[in-house]
Design a protein around this ligand. Structure first.
Ligand SMILES: [Mg+2]
Length: 403
């Protein structure tokens, strides 16, 4: 097997065990500006395209077309064609079978083996050249289709990424968070492994926009998103749920670990100065934590509601605190009592005995009732998650009426 000049021109692999045939074909094709490779048996032919034992070494030239004799030592031409066409790692290489066998049956076998064209010996060289040009046109159309297909795949990947990314902060958006929550839930259930969800919301964020403008608000959100990502582990998912509300999914984390994590984050935000155009902005964050397994958390929706209720309790309990949603301290099964932790937990000025009722179906809608030891007040709708009439993003939860 030998190569003529390097890859300046279209390369044709001539496969023939008759040296005279090879000489005639090579001289004619090279005179027409093609470069040639030669293989003298079926194994050499397969080796020339990296379809024998080993793939081609890097930098080796793949032929653009194969002119394939049928009667060959070692592996015959039909089998060579079959193996090359069956090899998924190869691009489309047109194969023209050239043989003295010219019965209909032979032509059928040749074409069924995957050959793209058939030319009988003795070869009419003018006819051969026309056939080669025709095959090369098909090859370039095929390559154009492949190129467009690859371009579409790349664009499709980009679109998927855009659809799942929050454009302001560059972290996951709500759609992606919800998908990852479903995946994490399934995974955890399968492995019987805990995981936790932390909802955090910047306190009094609206006043950043009101005081410093929306660009400042956007910058605070970006810096907050980076802070969350810096604090999260490699395996955690961090995303923007909406407005100034962010969610972290912590695979493998127990509720205690998730609370400790949220508490570290809360302190980090408290000690952090966000800066925008020379202005220093200080904010705090409130967090709600819920974990699986929990007897009242049977699905992703319930988990989001629980974390959301924890967050609501953190807001109504004075903000800048972490609340863990739990039902263990409640008496009835559909009551949820957040357990206060963090800064506000060891102070006595919070609304003691705060109990949050939730997960109560009312005409198919879940509503949250806030109950204190003295009286209850209905906070009304807008506390649902997963697209069910949740309160609009970007609005501070504030203190509930009656708290
Ligand atoms: Mg032969």
């Amino acid at each position: 097997m030998g190569a003529s000049a390097g890859r300046i021109s279209t390369c044709i692999l001539i496969v023939d065990d008759n040296p005279d045939n090879v000489t005639i074909l090579r001289d004619r094709l090279e005179a027409r500006g093609y470069s040639t490779l030669v293989a003298r048996d079926g194994e050499e032919a397969l080796a020339a395209v990296g379809a024998l034992d080993a793939p081609l070494p890097p930098g080796a030239v793949l032929p653009d077309l194969i002119l394939l004799d049928v009667m060959l030592p070692k592996v015959d031409g039909f089998e060579v064609a079959r193996r090359i066409k069956a090899n998924r790692s190869l691009p489309f290489i047109p194969i023209m079978i050239q043989t003295a066998l010219d019965t209909t049956e032979d032509k059928v076998v040749g074409l069924d083996s995957g050959a793209d064209a058939y030319i009988t010996k003795p070869i009419n060289l003018t006819e051969l050249e026309a056939g080669i040009r025709s095959m090369l046109r098909i090859k370039s159309l095929q390559e154009e289709i492949e190129r467009q297909r690859a371009e579409l795949a790349t664009k499709n990947d980009q679109l998927i990424r855009i659809a799942r990314t929050d454009s302001l902060t560059g972290i996951d958006n709500r759609r992606q968070l919800e998908e990852r929550l479903v995946e994490t839930f399934e995974h955890s259930r399968r492995l019987q492994e805990p995981f936790a969800c932390v909802m955090c919301d910047l306190d009094k964020f609206k006043s950043v926009n009101d005081t410093y403008g929306h660009q400042a608000g956007d910058e605070v959100l970006r810096q907050f998103a980076h802070l969350l990502r810096d604090h999260a582990r490699e395996i955690d998912w961090v995303g923007r749920y909406g407005g100034e509300e962010f969610m972290l999914i912590l695979p493998g984390a127990t509720p205690d670990a998730a609370v400790a994590f949220a508490e570290r984050m809360r302190k980090a935000v408290e000690g952090r100065t966000f800066s925008f155009a020379g202005t220093d902005i200080r904010r705090t964050v409130s967090c709600g934590v819920a974990g699986w397994p929990h007897p009242q958390i049977a699905d992703v929706e319930a988990l989001i509601r629980a974390a959301d209720n924890g967050l609501y309790a953190a807001k109504s309990g004075g903000r800048n605190r972490v609340e863990r949603w739990d039902t263990e301290t409640s008496t009835s099964t559909d009551d949820a009592a957040p357990t206060a932790v963090g800064a506000a937990a060891d102070t006595s000025d919070g609304p003691a005995g705060h109990t949050l009722h939730d997960l109560r179906a009312d005409d198919g809608q879940h509503r949250a009732d806030i109950t204190t030891n003295t009286h209850a007040s209905d906070v009304g709708g807008g506390r649902d998650s997963l697209g069910g009439g949740r309160r609009p993003a970007g609005e501070d939860r504030g203190t509930p009426p009656g708290a």
